[in-house]
Design a protein around this ligand. Structure first.
Ligand SMILES: C[C@@H](C(=O)O)C(=O)SCCNC(=O)CCNC(=O)[C@H](O)C(C)(C)COP(=O)(O)OP(=O)(O)OC[C@H]1O[C@@H](n2cnc3c(N)ncnc32)[C@H](O)[C@@H]1OP(=O)(O)O
Ligand SMILES: [Co+2]
Length: 133
């Protein structure tokens, strides 16, 4: 694992949350992106070396919609940058972590992503991200 790449925050009202985080962080989001495969709209803010990802669910089936339904708004996941996502997935599987997808999948912000079940990481949903080169 390398650095924390982003912290994902689940929000109910995307435009209100973006306006609030713009005020809070003092920067505009550098991108907003719909990720159909995850049923989410996302926006990314860059602060120092870390990014904040705001996520809203666009349908009831989305993991974000289910999360908010069950647990309300708040921190949803921590994403780490990895050099080689396939090697890291193999390593984690070997260490007994439960991965939520067999193969890396296309995430937002030009990344391949994979998720580790929160139950494998003391209740924290972990996302692995590798830049698509
Ligand atoms: C765009 C992309 C990107 O950055 O590139 C993204 O980030 S997309 C980000 C959105 N996509 C994802 O999150 C994909 C991976 N997530 C998933 O597959 C799912 O959300 C699961 C993590 C498996 C949870 O599924 P689901 O809510 O249907 O199951 P569940 O309610 O039974 O949850 C199982 C247990 O995990 C807990 N749980 C659920 N979501 C959690 C979360 N985000 N953080 C910590 N714990 C969590 C529940 O409270 C429950 O614990 P108890 O049993 O103790 O009640
Ligand atoms: Co993410």
């Amino acid at each position: 694992m390398k650095n924390v790449e982003h912290i994902g925050i689940a929000v109910k009202n995307f435009s209100e949350a973006n306006a609030l985080y713009h005020k809070l962080l003092g920067v505009e989001p550098y991108k907003t992106e719909h990720v159909a495969s995850e049923g989410v709209n996302t926006s990314f803010f860059k602060v120092g070396g870390t990014k904040i990802e705001l996520l809203e669910g666009v349908n009831p089936e989305s993991a974000i919609s289910k999360f908010i339904e069950k647990r309300g708004e708040g921190i949803h996941h921590i994403a780490f940058e990895v050099e080689d996502i396939l090697a890291e997935m193999e390593r984690l599987k070997g260490e007994g972590f439960t991965l939520l997808n067999e193969q890396p999948k296309k995430g937002a912000d030009n990344k391949l992503v994979c998720f580790v079940h929160p139950k494998s990481a003391n209740g924290v949903l972990i996302e692995l991200t590798q830049e698509i080169r």
